[in-house]
Write a new protein. Structure first.
Length: 188
């Protein structure tokens, strides 16, 4: 079942982004065709999971990944939600922090043997989840900064204020999942 979901969503999303890539390439809209090209690449990344013997991610995480891509790439960049709705960017950073936190818990379950997990302190789990959420926010802000220096000049319209809000929202999303993991530690 998981295999079919990954293949279906990868094909569906990459085909949609391919159509947008061709459309905006023909229209000479360099910003949007580049976003669509990036969408093609990131939509195919989950296919790598098919090579793993045991995929650590459940179907809701995989669907959330594609939903996040749709909201950030298509709605955010291509449909200009980032420009028209001031709250869109921060909301997605918050949700990304939560998604990365959930991915962190899945990786924790996958990498740490069950008999060892019970001896891992709750603080270490919380630190791991928050660290992943914050690291993903920092890497994304570096990507936005480099993108503005080289290609678009539209990713960080709010400058340092935008960057700090985005980092705080990513941290907030990660903290919510970390607190959730505190209460669920016994079942992890």
């Amino acid at each position: 079942m998981k295999r079919k979901v990954i293949i279906s969503l990868s094909i569906l999303f990459s085909l949609g982004m391919t159509v947008l890539f061709i459309y905006y390439l023909i229209k000479h809209d360099h910003t949007r065709w580049q976003v669509a090209l990036g969408g093609i690449i990131v939509s195919l990344l989950p296919l790598i999971l098919l090579k793993m013997k045991k995929n650590p991610f459940n179907i809701p995480i995989i669907i959330s990944y594609y939903l996040f891509l749709f909201c950030s790439l298509y709605l955010g960049s291509i449909s200009s939600f980032y420009l028209h709705y001031f709250w869109w960017d921060s909301t997605l950073h918050f949700l990304k922090g939560m998604l990365v936190g959930v991915v962190g818990i899945s990786l924790f379950k996958h990498w740490i043997p069950e008999q060892v997990r019970s001896n891992v302190s709750v603080g270490i789990l919380v630190l791991f989840v928050v660290s992943l959420a914050v690291s993903s926010s920092v890497l994304w802000e570096i990507y936005e900064f480099v993108g503005d220096l080289t290609l678009t000049h539209t990713m960080q319209r709010g400058g340092n204020t935008d960057t700090m809000y985005d980092l705080l929202c990513g941290l907030g999303g990660g903290l919510i999942i970390a607190v959730y993991s505190l209460f669920r530690k016994r079942s992890i």
